[in-house]
Design a protein around this ligand. Structure first.
Ligand code: SAH
Length: 237
């Protein structure tokens, strides 16, 4: 069985969207990974297939109902076999634990994910508890729905599945791999608007190049992400 993402959403037509293009799209066609998209509204109530209601305690907006979301999760778990601790059930949420490359790597090494995309003001807290959903955020900002967050998580994980990226795009030495941001990249032309490629990169001395890249990565990380740099230093010693 290939790595598999099950997505529960009110907007199934958003998928596969960008996940169907380029290397990920080709990998999807080759069954290197699979995607099941399920419409939460199929579990909506009544003639109008209602999925939301007003917030208890008042306030603006609507809240996704616990009974509807849970029914969608239960159905997905039984049909797609998407249960179990080895296949985490995740609710994309700005209140979740921030997604990191380390977590992405761990998810990519597992059998897949079940992702619930919120809408409106979010999901009734009881569904999160009752179905043991883990909350994951893709950053400290608020999206209109969980779909783009789900796509970001899937894209980050799938590109790490062996065979998805060509050997040429190996993810071995990229940003966050050792708590470092990546060194700057250059390609032809040799001279661009008066700026030359750093001489060391054209010198052919691989040791020198590796040393230069490491130093640049450290400098960049220290400047831009002191939080990451502290982790890098700690891990080095
Ligand atoms: N009222 C909520 C925000 C709801 S946004 C709050 O203040 O916390 C609607 C939906 O978009 C959420 O249910 C969630 O699924 C998704 N979403 C918004 N921002 C997100 C983020 N940073 N990471 C992951 N999902 C997000």
């Amino acid at each position: 069985m290939s790595w598999s993402a099950t997505v529960l959403t009110l907007f199934p037509e958003m998928f596969p969207g960008p996940l169907g293009l380029s290397l990920l799209g080709k990998a999807l066609q080759k069954n290197l990974w699979s995607l099941q998209v399920r419409d939460i509204r199929e579990h909506g109530l009544g003639k109008h297939r209602t999925v939301d209601d007003t917030p208890a305690g008042g306030g603006p907006g609507m809240v996704m109902r616990a009974d509807v979301a849970s029914a969608a999760i239960d159905a997905a778990r039984s049909v797609c076999g998407a249960a179990g601790p080895e296949r985490p059930s995740i609710y994309l949420s700005p209140r979740g634990k921030p997604l990191t490359q380390a977590r992405v790597r761990a998810l990519a090494e597992g059998p897949g994910v079940l992702l619930l995309c919120g809408r409106f003001e979010g999901l009734d807290a009881r569904a999160i508890e009752a179905r043991g959903l883990e909350e994951i955020s893709i950053g400290d900002f608020v999206l209109a729905g969980g779909e783009i967050a789900a796509m970001a998580l899937i894209e980050a994980a799938v590109r790490l599945i062996p065979g998805v990226l060509g050997a040429a795009e190996s993810p071995a030495e990229e940003s966050f791999s050792e708590n470092l941001l990546e060194y700057p990249q250059y390609t032809r032309p040799q001279s661009f608007e008066g700026w030359d490629i750093p001489a060391v990169l054209s010198g052919g001395n691989h040791k020198e190049i590796a040393r230069w890249r490491r130093a640049e990565a450290e400098k960049l990380t220290k400047e831009r992400r002191p939080d990451l740099f502290a982790l890098y230093e700690k891990q080095k010693h």
